[in-house]
Design a protein around this ligand. Structure first.
Ligand code: NAI
Ligand code: HPV
Length: 646
């Protein structure tokens, strides 16, 4: 008989549940004029999953404390702490307070922020707070969610967040209209010298001829970045009688078509426009996109509006273009450094109209209101589902609080920036497979006893679906494999990064099945190559540890260990025994467990041929004592035995 080794590993669990309804969860919290329009009305809302460690898994920081029960006044010490570092609307704060200890602390210095984050589970910022690598390092692993109460996340170091397993969520829709309206406000104010005339009158002058403006009707405006804000600017510019063109390499042509905008290349956009309005994010690719070369190709007398980010313009080049007569005027809401210095030469330039990053700052965007679109006459025949969503303004504070609380509860976090986003309906369907994936990873790694370390994992997905998004599944297999062997917390955010860091290569393979594609997956198989196993029968014919499972009636099940077919539910814990197949084995093992007061939930025997080698999988509710397992191992036909905690 092979020597008996008993292995037991304590593991965290994955928690998933459906999205909660804010208003019904917190009756009376929100004024009736606040609508949760996106979550209730848009079928295409995206969610991501974050996983919560099980209570008591002390080696990993529990980022998701138990959700409050019925009473919001339950012990504050059990609540997570959310640091709100910039001003946030009251309704958002009220929502946060139901779930967290909320620490509103504005105008923190970088040093103060670093000290504070060590005591916080989540941090909410707007555009003024720089959430750089040192912030994550200072948090000591506690910070698990960054909420950006707005769109642009260029003030958050996403790579550092991902490396630290910190989910970044933003509020991508609530300030769209505000930003678009501010773009139009700057366009019209600049064209008619409103700011200059106002300043001149206030200094006691009456200068009419000096402030003659230009008309907009019939002029060509190039919208660079045809996303949420850009497309709303385009609609409004069309309403002003302008000829609108747009450049955006990733924009959907159908939206441009619906609005009546022509999508053109960058060269054409900047060479032919009378006005250029910027609406792209600040990324390495868009940084200083309007530089000296770009200005040199523009039409003489062009006017520039920037409500996006200061960094998309080379500000020195703009200053020279203004002085050289290429650019007639500029209207800037954003600057590469905010606030800019008092003597900033663009701020002081007489041809430049400036505002202090006011794009998102309307009562409606920040404090919230609802708009009755039946009174809205703008393009009534062309209002798309997307634009309806825009007009129903959800305030930024609610949008971000909802996302942060969701992420902290370990449920579904909306609007993740550094994790794969999966449509809600796809996620619902994948839930049991996500659980299966994690459990198979956890099982497989517990079967490893040595060798050259877990370096290569092959995952085979058998499915009859042509399209299968495996990112969630891969992340959960990675979680299942890494967490039992390393002291790290793995979630959807950092799974790929953590695997790479540890030299773990996950190779994925799709096996196409003919037949009905009703369920997304027929089975998942996880194989670990080049390792020794503490349970030799778990090795397949090619020498890899192999476990396979499927979902039946919504429950994940183990269907194969090595070459042996079994069928056990992946719940509780499992004892795997390899044995010589003979009568009475189930009874013998079952009665030992019964005598030891261990409840058996199921048993399944897989064998190659009658009376040959077989594998018995026994599901148990309680962890058996070492002595109980020893007694099973002493049954003469049992060759090896392993206890696996799921
Ligand atoms: N001034 C303010 O207070 C506010 C500023 N913003 C800024 O406005 C910008 C746009 O915001 P949203 O429309 O909500 O974002 P969005 O993500 O909906 O749209 C951005 C668009 O830019 C496009 N894009 C990316 N790279 C590009 C490139 N190289 N050339 C042309 N287009 C490119 C994308 O395809 C996308 O369609 C962001 O920079 C955001 O931070 C947003 C709200 C308020
Ligand atoms: O949402 C954005 O991208 C903005 O620029 C708005 O910034 P704010 O939240 O007003 O500091």
């Amino acid at each position: 008989m092979a020597s008996l080794k008993i292995h037991s590993l304590k593991t965290p669990s994955l928690s998933l549940s459906s999205k909660w309804n804010l208003r019904s969860s917190f009756p009376g919290t929100f004024p009736n004029n606040i609508r949760f329009s996106r979550s209730q009305q848009q079928s295409h809302r995206f969610f991501v999953v974050t996983a919560a460690p099980a209570p008591g898994s002390s080696s990993k920081k529990p980022i998701v404390p138990a959700a409050p029960t019925s009473s919001p006044s339950s012990s504050s010490s059990k609540k997570p702490t959310v640091l709100v570092a910039e001003k946030l609307g009251e309704a958002g704060l009220a929502l946060l307070r139901h779930h967290a200890n909320v620490d509103c602390c504005y105008n923190l210095s970088p040093e103060e922020l670093r000290i504070k984050v060590a005591h916080c589970d989540a941090l909410i910022v707007r555009s003024a707070t720089k959430v750089n690598r040192t912030v994550f390092e200072s948090s000591g692993g506690r910070l698990k969610v960054i909420g950006r109460a707005g769109v642009g996340i260029d003030n958050v170091d996403l790579a550092a967040a991902t490396e630290h397993g910190c989910l970044v969520v933003n509020a991508p829709t609530a300030n769209t209209i505000a930003a678009a309206e501010h773009g139009i406000a700057l366009l019209t104010a600049m064209a008619r010298n409103v700011a200059q005339a106002d300043a001149s009158m206030k200094s006691g002058k009456w200068q009419r001829s000096k402030n003659v403006g230009v008309s907009l009707v019939g002029k060509r405006i190039a919208v660079l970045g045809f996303g949420k804000v850009g497309s709303e600017v385009a609609r409004r510019a069309k309403g002003l009688g302008m000829h609108v063109i747009a450049h955006d390499p990733y924009a959907p042509a159908d939206l441009a078509h619906v609005i009546g905008v022509e999508l053109v290349g960058l060269k054409e956009a900047i060479a032919t426009a009378d006005f250029i309005s910027l609406h792209m994010p600040l990324t390495p690719a868009t940084s200083k996109m309007l530089n000296a070369e770009a200005f040199s190709k523009m039409k003489k007398g062009v006017r520039i509006i920037n409500v996006a980010r200061g960094g998309v313009i080379d500000e020195d080049a703009l200053w020279r273009a203004l002085n050289g007569g290429i650019v007639a005027q500029a209207a800037l809401d954003v600057f590469s450094e905010e606030p800019p210095s008092k003597d900033n030469k663009l701020v002081q330039h007489e041809k430049v109209t400036v505002t202090p990053h006011l794009g998102a700052s309307t009562m409606e965007a920040q404090v919230g209101c609802s708009i009755d679109i039946s009174t809205f006459s703008l393009f009534p025949d062309k209002v798309t589902k997307r634009s309806i969503g825009m007009f129903l303004q959800e305030e930024v504070a609610i949008e971000i609080a909802e996302a942060v609380v969701g992420a902290l509860k370990g449920e579904l976090a909306a609007t993740a920036v550094n994790a794969p986003m999966v449509p809600a309906e796809v996620l619902n369907e994948l839930k049991p497979y996500v659980k299966l994936a994690e459990k198979l990873g956890r099982l497989a790694v517990q079967l490893v006893s040595g060798g050259r370390g877990v370096k290569t994992v092959k995952v085979s997905y058998t499915s009859s679906r042509a399209e299968l998004d495996t990112r969630l599944l891969r992340a959960m297999i990675t979680k299942g494999i890494i967490e039992p062997i390393c002291n790290v917390y793995v979630n959807l955010v950092n799974a790929d990064y953590t695997a790479k860091q540890r030299g773990l290569r996950i190779m994925e393979e799709r096996i196409y099945l003919d037949g009905s594609s009703e369920s997304p997956l027929e089975s998942i198989e996880v194989q670990i190559a080049n390792v020794e196993s503490k349970f030799a029968s778990a090795k397949s014919s090619v020498g890899e540890i192999s476990v396979k499972g499927r979902v039946k009636d919504g429950i994940p099940r183990l269907t194969k260990v090595g070459s042996f077919g079994v069928d056990v539910s992946l719940e509780g814990s499992i004892i795997l025994c390899s044995q010589v197949d003979q009568p009475g084995m189930i009874g013998k093992v079952g009665s030992i467990l019964g005598e030891e007061n261990v409840n058996v939930s199921f048993m399944s025997v897989g064998r190659i041929a009658p009376r040959m080698h077989a594998v018995m999988a026994i599901g148990v509710d309680e962890q058996p004592r070492k002595e109980s397992l020893k007694r099973i191992g002493e049954v003469p036909a049992i060759e090896e035995l392993v206890f696996l905690k799921l």
